[in-house]
Design a protein. Structure first.
Length: 317
């Protein structure tokens, strides 16, 4: 089993080519510290993956331990590859001099009768929820890795593959759309005096603004890598999209209870700790559901015709 089909690597390769072009032809400069360590780790994982495939070919069979090793090696390779390309794409596309979309996004919330500030005030007044909601928002990467590993371990190979492919597609879609609708944050737009909200242990939803402002500097070089690369897309919310994918991937499996419990805590945290508008959540949900259905449908004939079923990752009884 492979965690994704070849077209996913092609999409990531196109992203890499775009980054190289931006580095050569624009005023964007990427410090080696943001890509060299991850590239080295990705190469090591790729070598391990190739070595395990070679061992399997020599043996003429794939014992359970070897199949699991291949999946883990590919997973590590993908993680580091995405860490380089997706994070740099997110930041690079925010250098485009497009008008901010905060006013439009806030207006859509109001048109739908959704009071963002009322929700913010309610969450602030219930500090007992703050710890678990902030943890859920910050734990998205760990939750993503856990659901992939969990699906593989319980023998749900097709779902693991669908999740990985849908994750990459959603990330690329959110980066492209997010580049066309750059926004600062709902917290920054609606809250006049964040310091007056003393129930929060630290100001929520504004952690990315320094990086965002640096990327939109009107002149001079833009150096990416001086600070940690945090997520910058506002619409559609990728956090929401990933949480929805986790919930969809876990449906009708042993993982559905923890997956849904996590998603139902994480999604309500995104307007506060992610600084998202409510329409961002709607966009992220629509994106995730659409991509998930597309990927699952495209995988169905492949799974049925595969001489080695993807669910054959469980040990022989």
């Amino acid at each position: 089993m492979q965690l994704c089909r070849a077209y996913i690597y092609v999409l990531l390769a196109f992203g890499g080519v775009f980054l190289v072009g931006m580095g050569l032809l624009s005023r964007v400069d990427f410090l080696p510290v943001v890509w060299r360590p991850d590239l080295g780790a990705a190469c090591q994982a790729l070598l391990l993956w190739g070595a395990l495939k070679l061992v399997a070919r020599k043996l003429g069979r794939r014992p359970f331990a070897l199949r699991m090793g291949e999946v883990l090696a590919e997973g590590i390779f993908l993680i580091y590859l995405m860490a380089i390309i997706l994070r740099l794409l997110d930041h690079t596309t925010k250098t485009f001099a497009l008008p901010l979309a905060d006013q439009a996004l806030a207006g859509l919330d109001q048109m739908l009768g959704l009071s963002w500030l009322g929700y913010f005030d309610w969450i602030h007044a219930h500090p007992a929820w703050h710890g678990v909601m902030k943890w859920a928002y910050d734990a998205i990467n760990s939750a993503t890795a856990a659901v992939v590993l969990g699906l593989v371990v319980i023998g749900q190979g097709p779902r693991a593959k669908a999740f990985v492919e849908a994750f990459v597609i959603c990330a690329l879609i959110s980066i492209v759309i997010g580049s066309m609708f750059p926004a600062r944050a709902a917290v920054d737009f609606w809250v006049a005096d964040l310091a007056s909200y003393t129930n929060f242990t630290s100001p929520p939803g504004v952690y990315h603004l320094d990086a965002f402002e640096m990327l939109r500097a009107p002149d001079g070089p833009i150096v990416i890598g001086t600070e940690q690369l945090v997520g910058l897309v506002t619409f559609p919310s990728l956090h929401t999209g990933i949480a929805v994918l986790i919930m969809l991937a876990a449906m009708r499996t042993w993982l559905w209870v923890p997956a849904w419990a996590y998603g139902l805590v994480m999604i309500p945290s995104t307007p506060i700790w992610g600084g998202h508008y409510f329409v961002d959540l709607m966009g992220g949900t629509a994106m995730a559901v659409t991509v998930w259905l597309f990927v699952r449908k495209s995988l169905a004939p492949k799974a049925a015709a595969d001489p080695l079923p993807l669910d054959a990752l469980t040990p022989a009884q």
